[in-house]
Write a protein that binds this ligand. Structure first.
Ligand code: PHE
Length: 486
């Protein structure tokens, strides 16, 4: 079969995709859309700050290992299930389970994805709102010549105002839902084709700035020199969770995008390209941010505000910084936008099918729900910043050390990235590797001699790694070792 694009493909004999379901206009468009989903706040905002929180190199190495050994095979599996099912994730899983003679409760996997998408979008939109709020500030030259402390206080002022955060959250969600309401193809294809390459160019420009700080080497060694004494089980869980988050895996986003994929495109090549570009953007972001952190004696573990405290400092000092800074935050908002669309798409397709409602209606209703959920995150940074898990749950359950000081935002992030996405990914791997008929997966993937390798990765490597990391994080491994005295 050729790889070339064709808008309407004859379904292969043993498949029955829904008659006139929307499809991407070409393989390239699918890759762009999936990259648009993958590259977002996860790469530029989250990757650097969690790398800083978990001590650098060792975390990055584990994250890279997870991308290669779990991320890529599971991405292939997820796209494959989507293309074969050609429905929303819930219906797709039910349909595929039926096709291979398994229980329809596999639909629950789709359900968990729909819920994870809601929860993630609720905080994602608030953070994207921060990025939007920085656009006018950048353009007005607010940061020109400011020192670290002054830049910090711009950030603190922003997040301490619930009204401002709500306003930006509302605007961002409105932007997202208005594209979703129109159907993913039209707006999205164009946005991704031009804006993603621009973002990339801008990152490359910033790398030159980072090289100029005099601390580039220190930044690189922080990122790439693993010091395993710094990594905790919690760090390992977060590295794995982030691999799912950054590749948009485990919740049906990529499954839905796969459901629009023409039959004759290579799933393996697409997955590898997406994972490659996604990783590149994250590493570039790290290589920009850490030299700035060290050059200004900032704290790598500054948390979710990290890029908002470091990048403006750089823009404030560099030539044409106002221009580049404004452009950067605009592009960051676009990157977040193309991801947020994919976060809600599973819920939209599911709601349309289940309640037989229009896309517009589904978008308005889910937009409102997400908006309300988002208030939890908004208040986590101001009014309710001291409402933490331990202040809610009595200390009797003090064992919950990891989440002791977690605000609602921390909790949502932990629950989705570290638990729901890996769990969803695990189920996808198990389904694709063990339960789906081999002839189907072989036929869908058409990767010839690579098939057995993929098969080993989704059947053994990915599930075993996810399970070990889970057990480890729950303290089970330590418990067993203590019993066995090893
Ligand atoms: N991958 C996106 C990012 O890195 C976030 C995302 C997660 C999007 C899950 C869709 C599904 O920003």
């Amino acid at each position: 079969m050729s790889d070339s694009a064709s808008p309407l493909n004859e379904p292969a004999a043993n498949k029955k995709p829904s008659a006139n379901r929307e499809q991407w206009s070409s393989r390239l468009v699918f890759i762009l859309a999936a990259t648009g989903s993958a590259v977002g706040l996860g790469n530029i905002w989250k990757f650097p700050y969690i790398t800083g929180e978990f001590g650098g190199g060792a975390f990055v190495l584990i994250y890279l290992l997870c991308i290669a050994s779990i991320g890529i095979p599971i991405m292939m599996a997820e796209i494959m299930l989507g293309r074969r099912g050609r429905h929303d994730p819930v219906t797709t899983m039910k349909k595929l389970a039926k096709e291979s003679g398994h229980s329809r409760s596999w639909g629950l996997l789709g359900w968990m994805g729909v819920i994870a998408g809601f929860l993630i979008l609720s905080y994602y939109s608030v953070i994207a709102g921060w990025a939007m709020a920085y656009v006018p500030r950048m353009a007005a030259g607010t940061f020109v010549g400011l020192d670290a402390e002054a830049v910090n206080s711009v950030f603190s002022t922003l997040v301490s105002s619930p009204e401002t955060l709500i306003a930006w959250h509302t605007l961002f969600l409105f932007m997202t839902m208005s594209i979703v309401a129109r159907g993913v193809r039209g707006g999205l294809e164009k946005a991704v084709t031009y804006l993603m390459p621009m973002l990339f160019v801008l990152l490359v420009i910033l790398i030159f700035y980072a090289m100029d700080t005099g601390h580039f080497g220190q930044g690189l060694s922080y990122l790439f020199n693993p010091d395993f004494s710094k990594i905790s089980t919690e760090g390992v869980l977060s590295a794995m969770g982030h691999a799912f988050f950054t590749l948009s895996l485990g919740m049906g986003a990529i499954m839905v995008y796969g459901s629009y994929l023409p039959d004759n495109t290579s799933i393996a090549k697409a997955s590898i390209s997406v994972a490659f570009m996604d990783t590149l953007v994250a590493l570039l972001a790290g290589m920009i941010i850490f030299p700035i952190v060290f050059a200004n004696s900032l704290e790598p573990g500054a948390g979710p505000g990290l890029i908002f405290k470091t990048l403006p400092l750089a823009f404030g000092q560099m030539n044409y910084g106002t221009f580049f800074g404004t452009l950067f935050f605009i592009l960051l908002v676009f990157a977040a936008w193309t991801s947020s669309i994919s976060l809600i798409e599973p819920a939209i397709t599911w709601a349309m099918k289940t309640f037989q409602i229009s896309r517009v209606k589904a978008s308005v209703t889910s937009g409102m729900l997400v908006w309300f959920m988002g208030l939890f995150t908004v208040f986590s940074f101001n009014l309710a910043s001291d409402v933490t898990i331990s202040s809610v749950i009595s200390t009797k359950y003090g064992e919950f050390v990891i989440l002791k000081d977690a605000t609602a935002f921390d909790f949502l992030d932990y629950l989705t990235s570290n638990i729901m996405l890996p769990l969803g990914g695990l189920m996808i791997a198990v389904y694709a590797g063990w339960l789906m008929k081999k002839e189907y997966s072989r036929d869908e993937l058409s990767i010839g001699l690579w098939f057995p390798i993929w098969s080993v990765l989704v059947r053994y490597v990915a599930p075993v790694m996810v399970i070990i990391v889970f057990l480890n994080a729950m303290g089970v491994v330590a418990f067993v070792r203590s019993i066995m005295g090893v």
